[in-house]
Design a protein around this ligand. Structure first.
Ligand code: ADP
Ligand code: ASP
Ligand code: MG
Length: 472
């Protein structure tokens, strides 16, 4: 008997037909005698619409959030009715859906009155998506004779109070899952748990960041010592590039933890970047599979790096970033400038995605997400106020219509000439490369280009990855 943790994403639970697929997959697994912990996302587009409506509430648009609430009510009730026959269970679940929507409206009313939307309130707002979907899905399981039981993840997943991207408190979380979830599983229950959501020690709702249900899946897989974590999504697996950018994208049969970590960090939306963190130590096999093509085995992700044929495995892009450059002749030989700049960046609440320094020590540059880039620029200018006044450091430069392009593949380590090939491609395409960095793992090369060249660059580099995929 095996234990699987299965996470189903937004499209996979986005309609009654999709949820039927989900129930089929879970039922098929249970019928072979295995057990399943189910983690679910909100129905497709729900998280976005909750955020949008909360912003409307803060700006005084009462009609805006009331109409969103009614649309959500209708969608969930109609989905429930399509999946669960008339009866007590359907009535009870419908009452829960209605109560949640009413609570949501109350929170929006409060935002509307205060005219303010704090990160803490926003986490409470977005949690409604998963709280709604999980109840409907658990009822759909029960309608098919599975002992489905809904859980809000907050009772297990304990985090700090960094709202919108909370950090996990592992020991408390693991103990909760051991003490309160595993016994139910032993009793034949199939838990249906909200992804994305956690709770502080004081019981305040937090979230793990956009797309964070994948990370929830990993947390539950590790704490329950699952035999496998399966991320069920709307594509056949991890692909050579985003199929929305290049239709020629192909599924990679095997990717290592390190490679997928780089891919996810540098923009492959198919997995949340934190997903591999918890599973690394226990080396739990991770699969990415397509809910709508369950016969296909998808991508397996594991500890080993790969056969040498696949040098460049995949190409990714990160949009909405800003490149900051700190330069000045007075920087040469002065220790600590970079350290101060990075510390200031962290204090301004920004993560650094990429760093590059020219050997002359006259300048270095780094990339942060757009939403913090201006704040970082201002903070660094303050930090170096004196140096700037003395003209030892120039004004901090911010380029914000740029993107990061990354090529990933563990075969790049020790294979000479890969960087050369990558930049020859950029040269042939006449695309200007603004900054370059290579990860210490030598499993990726990242560089910054103008946003306008994104598609052209990805499509041209993707050729290198397609060459490497062995035809079946
Ligand atoms: P879910 O709702 O199931 O979590 P997401 O939309 O978050 O699904 O992620 C799946 C999407 O990721 C795919 O539909 C695809 O467009 C996009 N994607 C981007 N890069 C890749 C890649 N390298 N491989 C597969 N999918 C990718
Ligand atoms: N529903 C959340 C989001 O859209 C989490 C997830 O789907 O992973 O970001
Ligand atoms: Mg996702």
């Amino acid at each position: 008997m095996k234990l699987f943790t299965m996470k189903f994403g937004g499209t996979s639970v986005g309609s009654p037909e999709a949820i039927r697929q989900v129930v089929d997959i879970v039922q098929g697994t249970l019928e072979t005698g295995d057990r399943v912990i189910v983690i679910v996302s909100a129905m497709s587009r729900v998280t976005d619409s909750l955020i949008d409506a909360a912003r409307k509430a803060a700006s005084g648009n009462k009609w805006g959030y009331l109409s969103t609430a009614e649309a959500l009510r209708e969608r969930h009730i109609e989905t429930l009715q399509a999946l669960v026959p008339e009866g007590d269970d359907r009535d009870r679940t419908a009452a829960q859906v209605n109560a949640l929507i009413d609570d949501y409206v109350s929170v929006c009313n409060a935002i509307n009155i205060l005219g303010e939307l704090t990160p803490r309130i926003l986490d409470s707002i977005v949690s409604f998506g998963e709280r709604l979907s999980s109840r409907v899905i658990a009822a759909a399981m029960r309608a098919r004779s599975i002992q489905g039981q809904q859980y809000d993840a907050g009772q297990f997943v304990i985090t700090d109070d960094s709202y919108q991207s909370a950090n996990l408190l592992w020991n408390l979380t693991e103990a909760n899952i051991h003490n309160h979830l595993l016994p139910a599983l032993e009793n034949g229950v199939t838990p249906v748990i909200t992804g994305f959501i956690g709770q502080t020690r004081d019981g305040v709702v937090t979230t793990l960041g956009r797309g964070g249900s994948d990370y929830s899946g990993a947390i539950f897989a590790v704490a329950s010592d699952s035999d496998e974590l399966i991320i069920w999504t709307d594509v056949d697996g991890v692909m050579t590039t985003d199929p929305r950018i290049d239709k020629r994208a192909r599924v990679l049969p095997y990717v290592s933890y390190t490679e997928v970590g780089e891919l996810a960090f540098y923009g492959a939306k198919v997995l949340h970047p934190k997903t591999v963190q918890p599973i690394l130590d226990k080396e739990i096999p991770l699969r990415v599979r397509n809910t709508f093509n369950p016969a296909f085995e998808g991508t397996l992700i594991g500890p080993n790096s790969t056969p040498s044929a696949t040098v460049v495995k995949a190409v990714t892009a990160v949009r909405n970033v800003g490149l900051l450059t700190v330069s000045g002749r007075g920087m040469i030989g002065v220790p600590g400038i970079a350290g101060r700049a990075f510390l200031t960046t962290a204090k301004a609440g920004a993560n650094i995605l990429m760093i590059s320094q020219a050997s002359s020590e006259q300048s270095f540059c780094f990339v942060v997400m757009d939403d913090r880039s201006y704040a970082v620029k201002t903070a660094i200018e303050q930090e170096f106020e004196e140096e700037i006044a003395q003209r030892n450091i120039d004004q901090i430069e911010l380029l914000d219509d740029v993107v990061i392009i990354t090529v990933v593949g563990s075969g790049m380590r020790g294979t000479p000439g890969i960087a050369g090939r990558v930049f020859t491609v950029m040269g042939t395409q006449q695309i200007n490369v603004i900054a370059i960095a290579q990860g210490a793992s030598e499993c990726s090369i990242s560089f910054v280009i103008d946003e306008a060249n994104l598609e052209q660059a990805v499509i041209a580099l993707h050729e290198l990855a397609l060459e490497a995929v062995q035809p079946a």
